[in-house]
Design a protein around this ligand. Sequence first.
Ligand code: NPQ
Ligand code: MG
Length: 390
Amino acid sequence: MVDGPNIADGHSRLNSADPVTIEKVGMRLVRLPLKEAFETSFGSINTRLIFLVSVEAGGFTGWGEVVAAEEPRYSYETVGTTYHVTRDYLAQALMAEPVTGLTDLSARFVPFKGHKMAKAGLELAYQDLSAQMEGRSLAELIGGSRERVPVGVSLGIQATLDALLDRVDRYLALGYQRIKLKIKPGWDLEIVEEVRRRHPTILLSVDANSAYTLEDLDHLKALDDFGLLMIEQPLDHDDLLDHARLQLELKTPICLDESLTNLRRAEQALNLGSCRLINIKIGRVGGYSQALAIHDLCYQRGIPVWCGGMLESGIGRAHNLALASLPGFTLPGDISASSRYFDRDVIVPEVMVAPDGTVEVPRGRGLGFEVDVGYIERRTEMAEQIVRTG
Ligand code: NPQ
Ligand code: MG
């Protein structure tokens, strides 16, 4: 449901010109090797199993990505749950009747509780399809104004401090405008202190992915000494109240990620003082309609937002670029170059970071990148198509 205060009904970003009958939904599980393991407070992965969805109508194919991981550690959704919900419920709802726009589509998904990442995947694919049909870029379609977006990098937990310092230097040399360190108890104060000592003026932040509780209050307060841009999701994945308590005790802004799953939660978090910054992930909040509404709310209230990342393939990455072109995205996003994670991406050209730490927002039709279907097929572990009946 889109009920954001700032969303004008009839705006083209929410309503397509003509109703679109979706004829087919494609589902593919594609495994991409990671260049190096990515470790967070909840675990480590070597490969990324990516769930790509496509929607077809009138000779066009729109592409979306479901950002769920293989295991329910970042959130409860997984590749398995999103596959099931997409195939058995959402695809049917999408194809049941012609779609008149994002508002219509997201309303059809409301009766199915939760499963935000699954819903978002189809919203992304539909939005790419709409953009292509209108001959516009995704960024144009949603009212994005930036031509380039500032980007940062998220650095996983490493085996040694030296390995981390090496990666910090490497990504700073590539131009990345902000370094985010993944932290957990035992990998926090010492590494942050050393990175800050070597780089006194960079934009530096940390992300705990819910590794702490209020019992760690004094420990977390010690992070205040390092001039961090933000501390991301230190407490429980679904908490607002403890974060509000913690924010009262910290000078450093808290940024919520996992806890903000829709517009209402974002509004409650701001009203409670649970955070001063917001990370928007289209997948986490259930699609473009909610992401746009949260952006608008924060823009209105003067709360800076940035685009989060989920180790997406180029398809999810292209959607993130479109989102980050909106005016409220003033902080560097976790939208790294394709080469930060993968030797080869599923789009052409791959996403590249310029020496000034920005990425160009594509202006071509739809995603603005070519989807490399041949490479996708070579990496596909499972595929299925659902065809509209009647
Ligand atoms: C975050 N991402 O901001 C997430 C967490 C994350 C770039 O730090 C597989 C799928 C592995 C999703 C690891 C970044 C993941 C994942 C980490 C998301 O909290
Ligand atoms: Mg995070």
